[in-house]
Design a protein around this ligand. Structure first.
Ligand SMILES: [Zn+2]
Length: 180
């Protein structure tokens, strides 16, 4: 998350997230480099976070995760871009899936940079999710909503294979007057 105009706090590299203390977070500049005096190294995935902060001044927090149901949809070739439920569409907008890119290369942040302008939530094929927000809790809530949606999608498609209908253009048009 952003802390001030030119600093971000980043999860450390290789950390077991359940065993972290607040002081383990790494203070970095907007290039993802640790500031002077920091002992830890930032996550190897810091480049995609930096790409978001560069292109979205309104975003103050980025949550990256590997949520199983959402990632499974990218493996199965099932897009979540077409809305299934109204509340999800209002809160997340279009859930865009980016094609696979090689981990650890500039392909990953480049793909994120190209797509994040028009989206608050991205899925990375064979990898994970990126959710953003004006606050850390909003970005976190969007991750929870994303994975909950993917779980419901999985259940519905299991109950009625081939019969799950996404929301129609008319339904989305009507919804556009209601979404906050
Ligand atoms: Zn990852």
């Amino acid at each position: 998350m952003r802390v001030g105009a030119r600093r971000i706090l980043v999860t450390p590299s290789g950390a077991r997230k359940g065993f972290m203390a607040p002081g383990d977070m790494v203070l970095c500049d907007l290039d993802g480099q640790p500031v002077r005096g920091e002992r830890g190294r930032p996550s190897s995935e810091v480049a995609m976070h930096v790409a978001v902060y560069r292109h979205r001044p309104d975003v103050n927090a980025v949550v990256h995760a590997h949520p199983p149901y959402a990632v499974a949809h990218t493996l199965a070739g099932i897009s979540l871009a077409e809305p299934l439920m109204p509340e999800v569409y209002c809160e997340l907008g279009e859930i865009l899936t980016l094609p696979y890119t090689t981990p650890g290369t500039h392909e990953v942040p480049d793909a994120v940079a190209a797509a994040i302008g028009g989206h608050d939530v991205l899925l990375l094929e064979r990898h994970g999710s990126l959710t953003t927000g004006p606050t850390l809790m909003r970005a976190y809530d969007r991750l929870e909503i994303l994975e909950h949606t993917a779980r419901i999608s999985h259940l519905a498609r299991t109950l009625a294979p081939g019969q799950v209908r996404t929301m129609s253009a008319a339904e989305l048009h009507a919804l556009s007057f209601v979404c906050g």
